[in-house]
Design a binder for this molecule. Structure first.
Ligand code: ADP
Length: 310
């Protein structure tokens, strides 16, 4: 049987309106600190990763299509989030408008030293469930890649991973924000992507070297990739392949969104036929580029809206 359609990347997860304020210093409990004006930007780990994946497909000239599945409220923020996805070349038809809950909002405080505090009101992200899973897996085929994170309810993630696996699609779970994951969920993933802190929570292990990644992959039953900031990433597959990919030396301006850029490019590489090692190399390069500019969605070559779908 021939399969004429290009591979698909389905990103299942959160969409948030990011509201940021720059402050001289972060407030203590009970303190009020005056800051600069309010900066609004589209965010949410899921939406950021979908945009990163769309840019990676365009940069590599791949035909893969990126689809976002999640929920926003019936409000201006939700409308802006959907528009930002469409502008980046992401198919937003899987983003449902929830009539009961508002769009998720992340309140971000950043001080002059670059430290931050973030509070999230998840809103419609918490209503993601069975119907969204059905929408995400409809039409999936072997060769497709499903990407998820932990800003939507974990029961939905569990169901998504099970359903995607049943049709032969691969699953990449970025276990962020940090949370413990049950062994059954870990074993049903194709790849777990975490940073150093998240690795300790999701796997109960400290992972900074290839042998430690190998131990983590053997105990989890899936490939494990641990991103290490300026040190790049280490990875291992359950069949014993393990290695490290150092990050290029860059002038880091803003590390917010580095992990999302990594995950988007990593997923695209998998759909292009790359193995885990090559996909990690692509992810590390994308992460290093993302930290050189302000904002969670910086990409050096914005897509040309007039260019066709080559
Ligand atoms: P997260 O944002 O999820 O905490 P990391 O900080 O580990 O993730 O960053 C993800 C990836 O981004 C790293 O694997 C690396 O490739 C890249 N990266 C992050 N910080 C830097 C940096 N200072 N210099 C170069 N690359 C970086």
């Amino acid at each position: 049987m021939t399969d004429p359609r290009p591979p698909r990347i389905v990103v299942f997860g959160s969409l948030n309106a990011d509201l940021s304020v720059q402050l001289p210093e972060l407030p203590q409990a009970g303190q009020t600190v005056l800051g600069s004006g309010l900066f609004r930007s589209p965010g949410g780990k899921g939406a950021n990763q979908a945009v990163a994946a769309a840019h990676a497909t365009q940069r590599r000239g791949l035909p893969a299509a990126v689809r976002m599945v999640g929920r926003v409220g019936a409000d201006d923020e939700g409308q802006l989030l959907r528009e930002s996805l469409a502008a980046a070349g992401v198919d937003d038809s899987g983003v449902q408008i929830d009539r009961e809950a508002p769009t998720g909002v992340a309140l971000i405080l950043v001080d002059d030293a670059g430290d931050n505090m973030i509070a999230v009101a998840p809103g419609a992200n918490l209503t993601v469930g069975e119907a969204d899973v059905a929408g995400a897996v409809a039409g999936l085929r072997p060769g497709d890649v499903v990407v998820c994170q932990l800003e939507v309810p974990v029961p939905a993630i569990r169901q998504l991973v099970r359903s995607a696996r049943a049709v032969g699609a691969r699953t990449v779970c970025n276990a962020a924000p940090a949370a413990a994951l049950d062994p059954e969920l870990l074993a049903s993933l194709t790849v777990l992507v975490v940073n150093e802190t998240e690795a300790r929570h999701s796997l109960g292990l400290s992972v900074t070297t290839p042998p430690q990644a190998a131990q983590a992959a053997a105990s989890a039953g899936c490939a494990v990739v641990v991103t290490l900031g300026s040190r790049g990433a280490v990875y291992a597959t359950p069949d014993g392949d393990a290695g490290a990919c150092p990050a290029p030396s860059v002038e880091a301006v803003d590390t917010v969104g580095a992990g999302d850029a990594f995950v988007g490019a990593f997923a695209v590489a998998l759909t292009a036929g790359d193995g885990v090692a090559e996909a990690v190399t692509a992810g590390v390069a994308a992460g290093a580029t993302a930290v050189t500019q302000l904002g969670a969605r910086y990409y050096p070559h914005p897509p040309d809206p007039k260019s066709g779908d080559e």
